[in-house]
Design a binder for this molecule. Structure first.
Ligand code: IPD
Length: 261
């Protein structure tokens, strides 16, 4: 069991580390020739910044909290009752193309419960912070989901990756349009959840996503009043799962459209 003081210490430490990581990433972003872009697979982008930022966060977290474990997108890691889940750059394809919609994401889970979420989008000058039971903020201001309940007014992001058959995404997209939903894709699952939290959209769905893409954003969205599917059920932490996150009044309609409960 972690005390409130231990949690607060982790939240403030993570906030400082993510801000520093953001400066490192932003420096790479400003020097396109230094990005060293390679591909991990089909539409799966990697830059030198991903590894540099993850190494920085891992080293600092290990120094500060040696009893906690760390799972990162690039280096893997082990789950435990106190685990940090980090995505050094989420929205790497955007990052590699000079699009500002990317972020650094650090989530902390206690007994598999998403408990702290810190997300920095340095190229947008935005910092999201949330702790379970304490609300969510963007640049220090409290944020809340939209409250939209009419699917014909809903603005929803549908994330996509080559990990799932394209036809499944096409089916969800056509069911969404048939129901009257407006659908977009912006290329960062983490910011997709943050944008539900601050009512820039009304929902985010993806048929398969990894733990590092959602661990922090789930805390931010749920603390802003959002409904979030049980991503960490089963093997979610190691193998990923579907995710649906939305303003609560749209949950059952979006669940029907996406097939995500
Ligand atoms: C990807 C992004 C994308 C989502 C994919 C993720 P990456 O992460 O979050 O928006 O749809 O599922 O893999 O590769 O940019 O860290």
């Amino acid at each position: 069991m972690m005390t409130p003081a231990e949690l607060l210490l982790r939240r403030y430490a993570a906030q400082g580390l993510v801000a520093e990581a953001g400066r490192i990433a932003l420096d790479f972003f400003g020097r396109k020739e230094s990005l060293g872009v390679t591909m991990k697979g089909a539409q799966d982008w990697l830059t030198v910044a991903d590894g540099t930022v993850e190494d920085f966060l891992r080293a600092r977290l290990a120094e500060l909290f040696p009893g906690d474990t760390v799972i990162g997108e690039e280096g893997g890691g082990e789950a435990s009752d106190a685990v940090w889940i980090i995505d050094p750059i989420d929205g790497t394809a955007n990052f590699a193309h000079g699009d500002r919609n990317w972020c650094i994401s650090v989530g902390f889970l206690v007994n598999r419960e998403p408990t702290i979420g810190i997300v920095a989008a340095p190229a947008l000058d935005e910092l999201y912070v949330a702790q379970r039971g304490q609300g969510a903020t963007l640049n220090g201001q409290k944020i809340a989901v939209s409250g939209i309940d009419d699917i014909r007014r809903a603005y929803v992001e549908l994330g996509w990756s080559a990990r799932m058959p394209a036809q499944l995404y096409l089916d969800v997209t056509s069911r969404g349009y048939a129901a009257g939903c407006s659908i977009k894709r912006s290329g960062s699952g983490t910011l997709g959840l943050c944008h539900v939290a601050n009512a820039r959209t009304d929902g985010y769905a993806e048929l398969h996503i990894n733990a590092w893409d959602v661990a922090a954003g789930m805390v931010i969205a749920s603390e802003a009043g959002g409904w979030v599917s049980d991503f960490f059920a089963g093997d979610g932490i190691s193998k990923g799962n579907p995710i649906l996150c939305c303003t609560p009044a749209l949950a059952s309609q979006l669940s029907d459209i996406t097939g995500i409960a």
